[in-house]
Design a protein around this ligand. Structure first.
Ligand SMILES: *Cc1c(COP(=O)(O)O)cnc(C)c1O
Length: 462
C-alpha cells in the first residue's frame, strides 16, 4: 500500500515512511492511495476473536510488508498488554439499543492510548531494524502528551519530549507526564498557553538544521498510524452486536476528527455502518459545517470537555479529500483559505456527500453536566464530560439500528467536573491509585524556540 498526500504535491511514501514522517511536505496529510476492503465472510469471522487478532486482520492491508506477520502480531500483543481490561475496548449497555464503547482502559485512561501504545511498539521495531534513533517532540493540552510518554517510556531508540503549558493542565494530567522515571522521558513545562506550545512545535519542524540534527519525529493526531489503530474498535464492537449481518451506528465525541474518521475508514472497508454522528461541545465548527457547508473558525471557548476544545480539526482534511473525489488541488485551495482568511465553504456536492454519511449534534456546558447526572441516575454509569456529550447526542440520534457511543476518557481524569455534575467523586483505578504520591520530574522552560531547542540538544547529548 502506497500513501499519498491530500494536497497532491508530496512524494508517495510507504507505510513506514508515512508513520515516521507525519505531516507531508506540501502541508497535506498522508492517506492510503485506495481503501482496502474486507469481505463479509472475513468480517463475520471476527466474531469471538480476541481484540489483538482482529487488530491484525484489520490493519494488515494498510501495513503491507512493513512488518512480518509474526513480528506484527508481537507488536500488537505488546501494545495492548498495558491495558487494564482483557477485552481491551469493552462494550457496556446503556439502554435497550444504546451501547457505550469504553476506550479508556489504557495506561493514561483516555482513548489516545489505543493508538499511541501501538505506535510506540511500531516505532521501536522499525527503528531497531534501521539502526536509527529519533527524538519525538509533542505539544499537549493534556491527554496526548501523557499518552505519548506512556507509549515511548523506556524504549531504546527514542527520546520523547512533551511540552505542556505550565500551570494549565489538570493535576492528574501533569502527574501522568512528570512521574515516569525512565531517562528517555522529558516533561517540559513551558511558560505560555497551549497555542505557544503548538507554535513552538511547528517552528521546530521548520528549523531544518535542528530537525535533521536531532532526527525530529512527530506523533500528533495527524499521524496516519494513529488513525489506523482506531479503525479496529469499530470492527470489534460492531461485530459483537451482530455485524456484518446487522447494521450499527456510532456517535463520536469529536475534536480533531481523528477518531470519527477512523469510523469512516471502517465503513469504506466494508463494515455496515448506518450513521456516523459527530458530537461536539460549544466549539462546534464541525456541527456548523454539516448544517451549512460553512467551515469557519471562531475563537476557542474553554469547556469542561477540554479535549474537544478545538477549532482546527486537522483530520477533517482527510475527509474533504474524499468529498472532492481525491483532487489534491481543490483540497489545497480550501485549506489555504482556512489558514489565510479563517474559513472555506464546501461545494453543494461535497456537502451532500458528507451528509450522506454523517449526522451531528452540539451540547452546551449546562447540558453536559445534566447528561452526566442523568446517566448516573438512570444507569449508575459515571461518564466523563466528553463521553457524556457523546451519549446525549447518541440518544437523540437513535434509530432502528443499535447505537454505539464512544466513551473517550475515564471519569477520574476529570474529577472536578464529574463530581460537580453528579455528586460522585470518580476514583482512579487501583493500578494508578498511588499517582499522587509519586515523585515528579519536570523542566521549566521559557516559551521561546532557542530555549526549548537548547534543552532538547543538551538532554539527548547527555
Ligand atoms: C482527543 C480526545 C477527543 C477528540 O478526539 P479526536 O480524534 O481529536 O476527534 C475526545 N475525547 C477525549 C477524552 C480525547 O482525549
Amino acid at each position: 500500500m502506497k500513501y499519498i498526500s491530500t494536497r497532491g504535491q508530496a512524494p508517495e511514501l510507504t507505510f513506514e515512511e508515512a508513520m515516521l514522517t507525519g505531516l507531508a511536505r506540501d502541508g497535506g496529510l498522508y492517506v492510503p492511495e485506495s481503501w482496502p476492503t474486507l469481505s463479509e465472510d472475513q468480517i463475520a469471522g471476527f466474531a469471538g476473536k480476541s481484540y489483538e487478532d482482529v487488530a491484525f486482520e484489520v490493519m494488515k492491508p494498510f501495513v503491507g510488508d512493513t512488518f512480518g506477520d509474526a513480528e506484527f502480531r508481537e507488536i500488537i500483543a505488546k501494545a495492548y498488554s498495558s491495558f487494564g481490561h482483557d477485552a481491551r475496548c469493552p462494550l457496556v449497555q446503556l439502554d435497550s439499543n444504546h451501547y457505550l464503547l469504553e476506550l479508556f482502559h489504557g495506561p493514561t485512561l483516555a482513548f489516545k492510548d489505543v493508538a499511541m501504545q501501538l505506535i510506540g511498539q511500531m516505532f521501536e521495531a522499525a527503528l531497531k531494524r534501521s539502526g536509527n534513533r529519533v527524538t519525538i517532540v509533542g505539544a499537549t493540552s493534556g491527554d496526548t502528551g501523557s499518552a505519548a510518554i506512556e507509549a515511548f517510556r523506556g524504549l531504546d531508540a527514542v527520546d520523547v519530549f512533551i511540552m505542556y503549558p505550565h500551570g494549565r493542565v489538570s493535576e492528574v494530567q501533569r502527574r501522568q507526564m512528570t512521574t515516569p522515571v525512565e531517562d528517555n522521558v522529558h516533561a517540559l513545562a513551558v511558560d505560555g498557553d497551549f497555542d505557544t506550545c503548538q507554535a513552538l512545535l511547528k517552528d521546530m519542524f521548520n528549523d531544518f538544521d535542528f530537525r535533521d540534527s536531532v532526527q525530529l519525529a512527530g506523533v500528533n493526531s495527524i499521524n496516519w498510524a494513529r488513525v489506523l489503530a482506531q479503525v479496529v474498535y469499530y470492527f470489534t464492537s460492531a461485530v459483537s452486536l451482530g455485524a456484518p449481518h446487522r447494521k450499527v451506528s456510532f456517535t463520536v465525541p469529536t475534536g480533531n476528527f481523528g477518531d470519527i474518521f477512523a469510523g469512516y475508514v471502517a465503513k469504506r472497508m466494508g463494515l455496515p455502518i448506518d450513521r456516523l454522528v459527530i458530537a461536539t461541545n460549544q466549539n462546534d465548527i464541525l456541527h456548523r459545517t454539516l448544517q451549512s457547508g460553512d467551515h469557519s473558525k471562531t475563537g476557542v471557548v474553554p469547556s469542561i470537555s477540554p479535549s474537544m476544545d478545538i477549532q482546527v480539526s486537522s483530520n477533517y482534511e482527510r475527509l474533504v479529500f474524499d468529498l472532492y473525489d481525491r483532487e489534491g488541488e481543490a483540497v489545497a485551495q480550501l485549506f489555504e483559505a482556512l489558514k489565510d482568511v479563517g474559513s472555506f465553504k464546501l461545494s453543494q456536492g461535497a456537502l451532500g456527500r458528507m451528509a450522506d454519511e454523517f449526522d451531528s449534534g452540539r451540547v452546551s456546558e449546562d447540558e453536559t453536566s445534566a447528561a452526566i447526572k442523568d446517566y448516573y441516575e438512570r444507569t449508575g454509569e459515571v461518564l466523563c464530560p466528553h463521553s457524556a456529550i457523546g451519549a446525549k447526542i447518541g440518544d437523540e440520534m437513535q434509530g432502528d439500528v443499535p447505537m454505539i457511543t464512544l466513551a473517550t476518557a475515564h471519569p477520574a481524569k476529570f474529577p472536578a467536573a464529574v463530581e460537580a455534575a453528579c455528586g460522585e467523586h470518580p476514583a482512579l483505578p487501583p493500578r494508578m491509585a498511588d499517582l499522587f504520591e509519586r515523585d515528579e520530574r519536570v523542566t521549566r522552560v521559557a516559551g521561546d524556540l532557542a530555549a526549548v531547542e537548547a534543552v532538547i540538544r543538551e538532554r539527548i547529548a547527555g
